[in-house]
Design a protein around this ligand. Structure first.
Ligand code: URA
Length: 262
């Protein structure tokens, strides 16, 4: 490879890292060198999940749950917001401060789906406003998007799982009708699943995130692309290059979708 193309590749890599908010990677400081790209670790205590008395399990035969789902699946946006704000369908309601329905352009082409609110989202009622949210904003910018403009951001669960643990299958199942309705109302052209909790719940699959990346999936006929969760990217430098590939794949997929719908 020529020196010119090497230089071009290096320059492109630098631009990518800058777009993702990862430059400068290192900065000399008095008393040593600190890695700027390294974000604070997210708390990761995962409390043992105990079945609680009186908590419904979605897998049980539960006519009341069916009626609740049917009602949600007929709601408009205002009704959804009110319903989520008052939701007591799973134990997450007991520890939440605010519910986080989602935010952005409800008529947008792009839907980003994360896992569930963290501490800052729980405090503000807005999705992705903490450190992971800042990285998500940079990822959007990297492909010419902007939060709220042609983009809606939602989560699998609308209440914060304590200690930032993953939502349980029952919690995700209780919340599922809300996201199903959001998607139905929004009719996005492309869904980006951020991380494995979003991917598993949307696609009802499993497998490694690596095996889900790089190809088009479908949710109710809508193309879905799976990429890393921004919180994971904050802790894992090497995955950022792969996330960039996913963003480029998403951008070219959207171009194809828009062209074919002309
Ligand atoms: N992580 C998520 O998955 N969603 C948020 O809203 C914030 C952090």
């Amino acid at each position: 490879m020529s020196a010119t193309s090497n230089a071009r590749r290096a320059r492109r890599k630098e631009l990518i890292l800058r777009e993702l908010g990862l430059m400068p990677l290192w900065r000399a400081r008095a008393g040593g060198v600190r890695r700027l790209a390294q974000a604070p670790q997210m708390p990761h205590e995962i409390p043992a999940i105990q079945p609680e008395p009186g908590v419904r399990h979605m897998h049980d035969d539960n006519p009341a749950e069916d009626r609740r789902s049917e009602m949600i699946l007929r709601m408009d946006w205002d009704q959804l917001r009110t319903s989520v704000e008052g939701c007591v369908a799973c134990p997450l309601c007991r520890s939440r401060t605010r519910t986080v329905l989602g935010a952005g352009d409800p008529n947008g082409d792009w839907l980003y789906v994360g896992e569930g609110p963290g501490a800052q989202e729980d405090a503000t009622g807005e999705p992705f406003v903490g450190p992971a949210g800042q990285l998500l904003d940079n990822m959007l910018t990297a492909i010419g998007l902007k939060r709220g403009r042609n983009v809606y951001i939602a989560n699998i669960v609308k209440c914060r799982p304590p200690g930032n643990r993953e939502p349980t299958a029952d919690e995700a199942a209780c919340c599922a009708p809300y996201l199903v309705r959001q998607i139905k109302l929004m009719q996005p052209k492309l869904i980006i699943a951020l991380g494995k909790v979003a991917a598993y719940n949307l696609l009802h699959g499993d497998g490694s995130l690596a095996s889900l990346r790089g190809r088009l999936h479908k949710y109710a006929g809508i193309p879905v692309i799976v990429t890393y969760h921004p919180a994971y990217l904050l802790r894992n430098m090497p995955a950022k290059a792969k996330a960039w590939e996913d963003l480029c794949f998403a951008r070219s997929t959207m171009q194809t979708i828009l062209q074919s719908s002309k």
